[in-house]
Ligand binder design. Structure first.
Ligand SMILES: NC(=O)c1ccc[n+]([C@@H]2O[C@H](COP(=O)([O-])OP(=O)(O)OC[C@H]3O[C@@H](n4cnc5c(N)ncnc54)[C@H](OP(=O)(O)O)[C@@H]3O)[C@@H](O)[C@H]2O)c1
Length: 274
């Protein structure tokens, strides 16, 4: 039983946010799913004070889907300014920021740079906090594949990769939110670490995707040159339960994959378990 009674989830309508809202409600908390569609805008401060009234814990999983450095910087800086002023006024006891494993170790990926900036703002805020760094979500695999594909070839960085289901990230985040603040970072990762090439060969096989996954020594991770272990944690604090084969047949995969790919994966897995 947690000491917290009320939670606010910024980005509570998003992929991770909606799942965190469900888990915190299941834990018995009153939960506000705060985003622009519920008239809360972190970049302008609209609706923040009302949402945060009597809140004990906040989970920030809001996002702006861009690689434009200025847009990213403006989004996270303006959001932090409004969020932390309102949280300090409301007496929030624990702020959880969802970040990404490796943001402190690689340069050149504008999104990673912006997330590191977001972490620094959390550390400087004066609100007790935990930074939860997760590895990439299975739900993000189609986007990553698209970013590395030319023609029928997907040329991937020569590095380890350890993706995780969004459901598992949400479960870990809810547990982190309900615990006392660490005032430091913790990591969340999938079950297995393997090369990008291994993961995308497996993903393409399962979804009958004709693309050829291979290692390209020149490939960066959206601008960041990776070392073998740049974006995998040495010893994760939270490890997901779902493997890729399980995920491709889950409801979350149905939204992330095209209808055909989901149908192929589901039939492939049912053949394997017969
Ligand atoms: N993709 C990955 O593999 C990965 C890995 C590790 C960590 N992460 C982190 O995971 C987090 C969540 O990602 P996600 O995929 O769940 O994002 P998402 O599905 O795109 O959801 C983003 C949420 O932010 C809300 N939002 C956007 N602008 C807002 C604003 N101005 N004020 C209030 N809310 C706003 C959106 O709702 P409205 O549109 O209604 O405002 C939505 O609820 C991100 O911080 C990302 O950095 C991602």
């Amino acid at each position: 039983m947690s000491a917290y009674k009320k939670a606010v989830v910024f980005g509570g309508s998003g992929l991770i946010g909606a799942k965190v809202v469900t888990r915190l409600k299941e834990a018995g908390l009153e939960v506000i799913a705060a985003s622009r569609r519920t008239h809360v805008d972190t970049t302008t401060g609209q609706g923040l004070m009302e949402a945060l009234q009597d809140a004990d814990v906040v989970v920030d999983v809001s996002d702006v889907p861009t690689f434009d450095p200025e847009t990213l910087k403006t989004f996270f800086r303006a959001s932090a300014e409004h969020i932390y002023a309102a949280e300090l006024a409301a007496g929030v006891k624990h702020h959880v920021t969802l970040s990404i494993v490796g943001v402190d170790g690689v340069r050149g990926n504008p999104y990673f740079d912006a997330k590191l900036g977001q972490e620094e703002l959390a550390r400087a805020s004066g609100v007790p906090f935990t930074i939860a760094r997760a590895t990439q979500f299975f739900e993000f695999l189609p986007t990553i594949a698209a970013g590395f594909t030319k023609g029928e070839t997907t040329g991937l960085p020569d590095a380890l990769f350890r993706p995780i289901a969004a459901d598992d990230v949400a479960t870990a985040l809810a547990a982190i939110a309900l615990a006392p603040p660490r005032n430091s970072a913790v990591s969340i990762a999938g079950l297995e670490s393997a090369s990008f090439e291994h993961w995308f060969k497996r993903f393409f096989d399962l979804t009958q995707d004709p693309r050829q996954a291979e290692t390209d020594q020149a490939a960066t991770y959206f601008g960041a040159r990776l070392q073998p272990c740049s974006i995998v944690p040495a010893a994760p604090d939270y490890i997901g339960a779902m493997c890729l084969e399980h995920w491709v047949t889950s409801p979350s995969a149905r939204s992330a994959l095209s209808g055909d790919r989901y149908a192929h994966a589901t039939s492939e897995i049912s053949k394997q378990i017969q």
